[in-house]
Design a protein around this ligand. Sequence first.
Ligand code: BMA
Length: 385
Amino acid sequence: MTKLFQDKILLAVIFLCINVQSYAQQSAFALCDKKATAQTKALYQNLKTLSTKGYLFGHQDDLAYGVNWRYKTGRSDVKDVCGDYPGLYGWDLGGIEKDTADKNLDGVPFNKMRQFIKDGYKRGGVITLSWHLNNPLTGGNAWDAKAGAVTSILPGGAKHEVYKNWLDKVAAFILSLRGSKKELIPILFRPYHEFTGSWFWWGKNHCSPGEYKMLWQFTQNYLTEIKKCHNLIYVYNTGSEPKDKTEYLERYPGNDMVDIMSFDSYQGGNPVTDKGFVNGASRLLNIMDSAAAENNKLTAFAETGYEAIPYATWWTDVLQKVLAGHNTAYVLVWRNHGYQQAEKKMHYYAPFKGQLSAKDFIKFYNNNKTFFEKDAAKQNLYQLY
Ligand code: BMA
């Protein structure tokens, strides 16, 4: 065999390997839970298609309360403004771990939350859950950020059994979320969020990358394999800190552990003079685009907003522009608490009727890239064709 011929064969082999590898990657778009229910698998596949056309608009606690109202059947600040519910509903499990818990950390009763989740799902909307869980070591809340708490709940740790008990409660709630045929309602599950900051006890300065990954792996394995929660789509979530892909993926638990890559970032200052939000969000969206393409995952902007929305055209001038050109499956704005007595300020992220940005929000709603509940229902996200 001549040297040239040998080289040609070698090149052909390398070419073949690359192609087999990229084919394997391309064909690997599937949930990490191989036993996921049909509806969960369908949602994941359909979100992929949806993400090439636009993004779901989400709102935290949307059906429970809004600015100046609490628990009024069918009401939603988003719907009051644009005539349609959000396409995605965010709820938080924080507090479910307590033995006495009947309400979450923001006062939403778990019984009502279950019903709201069922209502949204029945209409064709999508559900996402986060979990601001208490510090298992100190008994303080999620912001009681001290080193040692993560270590304590890992296998062999002093609070490991306590943690398993907490996961049992989470699983019981998740398994109680069922549709009209008793099918499990698919959930975009976003545990241990914003870990690139250090304000939560699972944050960057309070555990090592290895411990964070172990925490994720243990949690996922326990919920999926032991508790049989086969309706979870796992969402990996950083803050806006990562400067590049290496930092973004520093605590990534692995392709068999994550389904969606996401980040959180909030607008502060005036969007005209302060470009911090736009620059940061754009950077993270670019990082995610590249990380998600390499790992064959979906992306999302899991939490954002501008507290009390003091900028009339924030929706179309800032948020819509930031998301343009990216294939994010959804964007979610945080809760409409209303007036916060302790902080003496308004705390809301979606407009309500008459709010300064309400008119612009209608423009945002009418844009063909934003999907609210009616659009979600039309796309039949829980069925595969
Ligand atoms: C924060 C605020 C808090 C709330 C927490 C968890 O951003 O809205 O008031 O307790 O989220 O929902």
